[in-house]
Ligand binder design. Structure first.
Ligand SMILES: Cc1cc2nc3c(=O)[nH]c(=O)nc-3n(C[C@H](O)[C@H](O)[C@H](O)COP(=O)(O)OP(=O)(O)OC[C@H]3O[C@@H](n4cnc5c(N)ncnc54)[C@H](O)[C@@H]3O)c2cc1C
Length: 399
């Protein structure tokens, strides 16, 4: 069968309309660029995800994102298998809770409103580099444009075809959605729960939603490969969800940021630009290696990519590689510190939980409060790390 070549030229072709692709298409559309976008599914579609947005997301999203927020978290309960639990509470939001089908559809509609042409139920199967652009093929047609943006998630076709040999690290994560009456602690959708005992080297979460809970586990350290057992242990032993009948979880790989080589040496964000192809979000493995937070980085990388794509299309001397440099500058050191904290915390989870629960003089509850401030956008990983070192110096200095 001959697949027809479409004659219309667009400024950019976006593959995948999750948070990364939809925000790239929205930004490009706002800048007056013509965008053709594909998704293999039809929105609203289910996505395996906790749907926890760190509160700093409000700095990078239009304010009406709150129309799809299901809960605002002010309080985090830290547990260790139901034992020795403690709470950290703030007057300002720490996180917003969304269901991905609603949130992603809202983002896709934003892109549509600024003129992006979106083809759903149309999977991209091949991407071919041409002398002066790219050709993207689906089962239904071939489409050409000067630049392709790979926003097609952890198993990205664009990454596989345009970035051969790119190394990545995917860790297992599982998620279940409980619909029904929730325990008292989660009823006002103000409290989220984190358990360091839930995974061998990782954590478990309970996120409050309008009509239930999202529960899951992520195993964050190489070699820790028993997420299904971890999930069962977590829901069976966590007293906060005792007695609930939790459906079996679904899994999806989480492509966490990992130090990798690119043509400029070793970087935390790897190669994100090659020829006329750009990777954003999970396709570029832009996921925080401590918590597995990916939505913030998907949206922000989409915004950074759109700025570089537009500048390159408008000015032939502008280099698309600027996007890669901007991502490394904004996320690179952050991911490095996050990975270091992950090694420390997931290496000694019980001790860390004990210390984190202690208050002044030698406990780390203050550090944990600062971590919540990071989620609020009032700290960064780098400032947090400096404060942890300061606290460590205290007891050791005294002894
Ligand atoms: C269990 C679990 C829990 C998580 N919880 C959280 C959380 O609470 N908070 C958080 O911030 N992050 C969380 N994450 C991470 C988060 O889900 C991702 O980082 C985020 O979805 C990345 O967005 P994206 O747009 O890059 O990719 P995706 O959301 O995966 O979107 C990719 C899109 O591309 C489409 N697509 C794929 N292939 C093709 C193709 N060939 N052609 C056309 N379209 C295609 C897909 O249909 C999809 O719509 C979690 C992940 C997992 C696995």
């Amino acid at each position: 069968m001959i697949i027809p070549l479409h004659s219309r030229q667009y400024d950019a072709i976006v593959v995948g309309m999750g948070p990364a692709g939809a925000s790239t298409a929205f930004e490009l559309g706002q800048m007056g660029m013509s965008v053709l976008a594909f998704d293999k599914q039809v929105h609203p579609r289910y996505k395996v995800c906790g749907g926890g947005l760190s509160a700093r997301i409000e700095r990078i999203l239009p304010a009406d994102f709150k129309t799809v927020v299901e809960g605002t978290v002010y309080r985090v309960q830290f547990t260790y298998g139901g034992e020795d639990s403690f709470f950290i509470e703030f007057p300002q939001p720490v996180a917003y809770m969304v269901m991905r089908q609603k949130f992603d559809q809202w983002l896709v509609e934003k892109a549509r409103q600024v003129g992006a042409e979106i083809k759903e139920d149309e999977a991209v199967v091949a991407v071919q580099e041409l002398e002066d652009g790219v050709e993207v093929s689906t089962g239904k047609g071939r489409y050409r444009g000067p630049i392709v943006i790979g926003a097609d998630g952890a198993m990205s076709v664009v990454a596989q075809q345009c970035f051969p040999g790119r190394r990545f690290r995917k860790i297992p994560a599982l998620e279940s959605e409980y619909h029904g009456e929730t325990p008292h602690a989660f009823q006002q959708t103000r409290t989220a729960l984190i358990s360091l005992r839930a995974a061998k080297k990782g954590y478990g979460w309970v996120f409050p939603k309008e009509n239930g809970l999202s529960l899951g586990v992520g195993e964050f350290v190489r070699g820790a490969n028993r997420p299904r057992r971890s999930f069962e242990d977590f829901v069976n032993h966590e007293s906060a969800v005792a007695g609930l009948s939790i459906p079996l979880p679904l899994g999806h790989p989480l492509p966490i940021a990992n130090q990798q080589a690119n043509r400029n040496g070793y970087r935390w964000t790897g190669s994100l630009v090659r020829h006329r192809a750009v990777l954003v979000g999970d396709a570029g493995h832009l996921v925080d290696p401590l918590l597995g937070e990916g939505i913030y980085y998907a949206i922000r990388s989409g915004q950074l990519a759109a700025a570089s794509v537009a500048a390159t299309l408008r000015n032939s001397t502008h280099r698309l590689e600027e996007y890669e440099r901007n991502v490394e500058a904004e996320f690179g050191l952050e991911f490095r510190v996050a990975a270091r904290l992950g090694t420390i915390i997931y290496g000694l989870p019980r001790s860390w939980h004990w210390w984190a629960g202690r208050t002044f003089p030698d406990g780390y509850q203050r550090v944990l409060r600062r971590y919540c401030e990071l989620l609020q956008g009032r700290e960064t990983y780098q400032t947090l790390w400096a404060k942890i070192l300061q606290r460590l110096k205290g007891p050791f200095g005294r002894s």
